[in-house]
Design a protein around this ligand. Structure first.
Ligand SMILES: Cc1ncc(COP(=O)(O)O)c(C=O)c1O
Length: 397
């Protein structure tokens, strides 16, 4: 018997959990449905992923894994050889020591690490403070875990760094953790050492867990300050999240990791073993190759992003769209208030009339109004053409 849509809708009414039914869809997804409906002439500065293919030697190591028949599950925590390689890399490049046996878990991207960490620490009603504008998943992840997301706005006049005093004011008796992402998606902001120290002091004073999503850390164009996890008294309360998607152009491999106190890693592992089991062995072996031999290619991609960043910020500022120079990641976040348009109207009209896709700042939180995100993970020639088109579009407003 055929069931029509109406029947199925009414039969399912009330069956979807309320906190999921009321969860808003990602603003990026909505906007990209519009982009996908456009013709091929659109230049996209919208997607937050490298335009480079994964370096060949990393792809080759994945092929070699399959050739050798490495197609099994791994330990729930991930291959010990990869965890050892991560511990070596973090000790050498980040100056922080983790025991690969019990202080590191391999996950399906930083996305899974975030999900299982937030679920592992959140009791109903617990508050987690994060900064906006921010990566689209944070508030949703907290809500899905039964927690309460508490946004602290970052501001252009402060180069979008989190003001430690704003963070302090947001703390209540229910605050469980603070979630940091520097370099930041979508603003490209980083924190100074002084700001990190102040945030660390507040976290210690209020006994909070710190979640530090450092997925863009290699793509830092000024001097990189040490991770907040390495400050005195912080390692025991911080979970350092990182992965391979951005620096090694490995988004499709879906590989990330979390390092932190053994009890927290064990709690994350419980959820991971029941829900995910393990990350793909093929991706894990490729990740090992990336950390062992991928630095030269990674630095080449970083140098290219830096050149694009210089071009894009110069051009945006010259055409009157004030843009803080991002110190990391691959996003520019220009202020478009001088156009008199809202972020959504600006992005929609630019897409339809100027054939350039950028993401409305509101996709990253309410305080993203007045901004758009331009990803410079696009070729230099596309960036030049996109800038010419935006300049022309501005003349028509
Ligand atoms: C800040 C931030 N964290 C996490 C992720 C998720 O990355 P992954 O591909 O490792 O799941 C992204 C992806 O864009 C991101 O921008």
């Amino acid at each position: 018997m055929r069931m029509n849509m109406k029947d199925s809708k009414s039969r399912l009414e009330g069956k979807i959990a309320k906190h999921i039914a009321t969860l808003p869809r990602s603003g990026i997804r909505d906007f990209f449905e519009l982009v996908n409906a456009m013709d091929d002439d659109v230049i996209s500065l919208g997607i937050g992923e490298p335009d480079f293919a994964t370096p060949w030697h990393i792809r080759e190591s994945a092929i070699y894994s399959i050739e050798r028949g490495h197609t099994s599950y791994t330990s729930n925590l991930g291959l010990l050889s990869l965890r050892k390689e991560i511990a070596r890399y973090l000790a050498q490049d980040y100056g922080i020591e983790y025991n690969p046996v019990n202080e590191c878990i391999i996950t399906v991207g930083v996305s899974e690490a975030l999900d299982i960490l937030i679920r592992a620490i959140t009791e109903p009603g617990d508050e987690i403070i994060y900064h906006e504008p921010c990566y689209v998943s944070y508030a949703a992840e907290i809500v899905m875990a039964g927690g309460v997301p508490v946004a602290v706005n970052t501001r252009e006049e402060n180069n979008f760094a989190l003001d430690p005093e704003d963070f302090r004011k947001a703390i209540t008796s229910k605050t469980k953790a603070i979630l940091l992402n520097f370099p930041c998606n979508p603003t490209g902001a980083s924190l100074s050492m002084e700001q990190k120290k102040q945030i660390a002091d507040i976290a210690i004073e209020h006994d909070l867990i710190v979640i530090s999503d450092e997925i863009y850390s290699e793509l830092t164009y000024n001097e990189r300050t040490p991770t907040i996890a390495s400050l005195p008294g912080m390692k025991e309360r911080t979970v350092f999240l990182h992965g391979f998607s951005k620096a090694f152009a490995m988004t499709g491999f879906r590989l990330g990791y979390a390092c932190g106190p053994a009890e927290l890693i064990e709690a994350m592992m419980k959820i991971h073993q029941y829900s995910m089991l393990c990350a793909s062995i093929i991706a894990q072996e490729a990740g090992e190759e990336a950390l062992k031999n991928g630095m030269r290619e990674m630095l080449k991609m970083k140098a290219e992003y830096q050149e694009r960043r210089n071009v894009i910020t110069k051009r945006l500022n010259e055409m009157g769209l004030k843009c803080v120079t991002p110190s990391g990641a691959f996003y520019a976040f220009p202020n478009i208030t001088s156009t008199g348009l809202s972020s959504k109207d600006f992005a929609t009209r630019l897409l339809c009339e100027g054939k350039v896709a950028v993401v409305p700042g509101t996709a990253f939180g309410k305080c993203g109004e007045g901004y758009v995100r331009c990803a410079y993970a696009a070729s230099m020639s596309d960036i030049y053409t996109a800038m010419d088109r935006i300049e022309k579009f501005l003349l028509t407003i």
